[in-house]
Design a protein around this ligand. Structure first.
Ligand code: HPA
Length: 248
């Protein structure tokens, strides 16, 4: 089944006909909230709000391990994660949708692996292509069918937050090759990979990154909501098409 992880601005899928909610416990603690099950145009899907349904869990306190474990436990095989980002590359202006194809991880102090514990053999995963290409293509096809536009590919930097970056930090991210910056893409993507889940992201640019565009002197936090609401409406529409195209 397909699971959708909703980020900031997407704590609910209004087009989801809810059948039930499942409160979960995992070996890693509790997920951000109950897993919501339902259908979109008769296609089954499950949904989890990354920051909790009341949007109370900051990026560095999300229990990513419990979230992904819970979704897999309930039968998810594929995951589309929605996330908001700041645009670093000049063309990634607020309101742009991006399906990134690479990640650089700047987070720290998060519970980032299932492969810890002294009694286990050392386990490495390949993370050359952090996102599942089939899922990326599924999102891109859904974007087309929804009559929307998005940028195909881009490097997603993930910072620790919850503060935004300094202008110098954004310059460094750009020198590193990053096109956009968010706070929740990791360890979500690598944990999904560790669990063998096919995972990809649709990112919504909600502001120009610090020091860029109209964030030259400060990031105008008050306008983020104004950009986010219509953009997330477009994401909901895209997700509806993605669910319809989904396999089993
Ligand atoms: N930086 C980091 N995370 C973000 C941003 C940003 O500018 N905008 C939305 N999430």
């Amino acid at each position: 089944m397909l699971a959708i992880i909703g980020g900031t601005g997407l704590t609910q899928l209004t087009n989801l006909k809810i059948t039930h909610r499942q409160v979960m416990r995992t070996p890693y603690g509790e997920p951000s909230g109950p897993v919501t099950f339902g259908t979109i145009n008769q296609h089954e899907v499950m949904f989890l709000a990354r920051h909790g349904y009341g949007h109370t869990i900051p990026p560095h306190e999300v229990n990513y391990r419990a979230n992904l474990w819970a979704l897999r436990d309930q039968g998810a095989k594929r995951i589309i994660a929605a996330t908001s980002v700041g645009g670093i590359r000049a063309d990634l202006i607020p309101g742009t949708l991006v399906v990134p194809d690479q990640i650089i991880d700047y987070t720290y102090g998060r519970d980032f692996t299932y492969f810890d514990g002294k009694d286990r053999p050392v386990t490495h995963i390949d993370f050359t292509r952090p996102y599942n290409e089939q899922m990326r293509q599924q999102i891109l096809a859904a974007v087309n069918r929804a009559g929307e536009a998005c940028v195909d590919g881009g490097v997603h930097a993930v910072t620790q937050g919850p503060r935004l970056e300094t202008a110098a930090e954004v310059n460094r991210l750009e020198r590193d090759g990053a096109d956009m910056v968010g706070m929740t893409g990791m360890p979500e993507a690598s944990l999904a990979k560790e669990l063998g889940l096919a995972y990809a992201t649709i990112a919504v640019v909600v502001n120009s990154a610090a020091g860029r565009g109209d964030s030259r002197d400060r990031v105008p936090l008050e306008t983020i909501g104004v950009v986010m609401s219509p953009a997330m409406e477009r994401v909901r529409n895209i997700l509806e098409h993605a669910v319809e195209q989904d396999g089993d």
